[in-house]
Design a protein around this ligand. Structure first.
Ligand SMILES: [Zn+2]
Length: 344
């Protein structure tokens, strides 16, 4: 407990804020503010949120340590960010929105009357704290980008036991406004049991090569059991695709013999000329083993398919493959493949 005048540490906090000065509990009750009154200074633009790392520079304003950025004339609490930017807020807001602060502020303070608001030193940087307070106070929800900033705000809301902001931040995760990396969204959502968001995020990984070394850092954020589900999804898609491409129906549309004794044999339906064509055989094995299985949209642009569409009979020049029929068959197969993990 860093607040020496209080009795015990609040629960659930990863780290404890400290206070520069304190008031008695009676003093606080007499100054209780019913209506929230958090006023941003003119220089503060909500669109500037999410520039984590440039924490001291918002809307071109370089904040000096101790500068009040959210101010209310009758605020009774000052929250100081990790880089010493002050937010003047009402304790009533914090009690209402945060279980952590409700516990902290219910503890008795010193008996000596105070003339200045309490200062509570926080671990969070300015933008994170600012976003959290804006959400908690019903102000415009900031753009929670990039995903690191989003996660910082979410972790802070969880740390301070703020169910309202957590629910709003959760909605932002599935919003189209948050163009977040799907693996990170999957990691965030699975860790919290947010199954709908996790399922949707898994569907957005289908065009990713999960064995790409550049994704290693993101993959390590995912809990092992849920990472396994994701890998199983990608693996099962490959297996099902491989099996479906070997079906008699698909072979019919290729005009290539499936019989192992005559594999790759092509008989021209017009002139009867025979030839050995390995194009389809190569494609059949290649499609499921590619780092990324083609989607319906990319299949039409597939270079191998384009090459096959140009193959003609050496005698009558009829197209060897009914490429439209082949594409339709593969599209049908792709649409039947599982598209997301099952977490229910
Ligand atoms: Zn022919």
């Amino acid at each position: 407990m860093c607040r020496s005048s209080r009795r015990s540490a609040p629960r659930g906090a990863a780290s404890c804020p400290t206070r520069g000065s304190t008031h008695t509990a009676n003093d606080k009750r007499s100054r209780a503010v019913v209506r929230l009154h958090v006023v941003p200074l003119p220089s503060l633009q909500l669109k500037s949120f999410g520039t984590e790392g440039s924490d001291r520079n918002v809307s071109g304003t370089r904040w000096a340590p101790g500068t009040p950025v959210l101010a209310s004339a009758d605020a009774d609490i000052v929250l100081s960010s990790s880089n010493n930017i002050h937010f003047h807020v009402h304790s009533q807001l914090l009690r209402h929105a945060s279980g952590w602060f409700k516990t902290l502020l219910s503890l008795p303070g010193p008996s000596t009357p105070q003339t200045e608001p309490d200062v509570i030193r926080m671990d969070e940087p300015t933008l994170t704290l600012e976003a959290l307070l804006c959400i908690a106070s019903g102000m415009e929800v900031p753009a929670l980008r990039p995903i690191d900033f989003y996660e910082d705000v979410l972790l802070a809301a969880e740390k301070y036991e703020m169910p309202g902001p957590i629910s709003i931040v959760r909605i932002a995760l599935s919003s189209n406004l948050l163009d977040a990396p799907p693996l990170r969204v999957y990691a965030i959502a699975t860790r919290r049991g947010w199954n709908d968001e996790a399922t949707a995020a898994s569907a957005r990984t289908l065009e990713m090569d999960l064995f790409d070394p550049e994704l290693e850092a993101e993959l390590t954020r995912i809990d092992a059991s849920f990472l396994m589900k994701l890998l199983q999804l990608h693996h099962s898609r490959r297996q099902l695709l491989q099996k479906a491409l070997d079906s008699t129906e698909v072979y019919k549309s290729t005009r290539i013999y499936k019989d192992s004794a005559k594999e790759s044999l092509y008989v021209c339906p017009v002139c009867g000329v025979t030839a050995i064509r390995t194009d389809w055989l190569r494609l059949r094995y290649d499609l499921p083993s590619r780092p990324v299985i083609p989607s319906v949209s990319t299949l039409y642009r597939d270079p191998t398919m384009k090459e096959m569409s140009k193959a003609t009979c050496s005698d009558c020049r009829k197209n060897v493959y009914d490429i439209i029929s082949i594409v339709e068959q593969i599209v049908e197969i792709l649409e039947c493949l599982p598209k997301c993990v099952s977490l229910s």
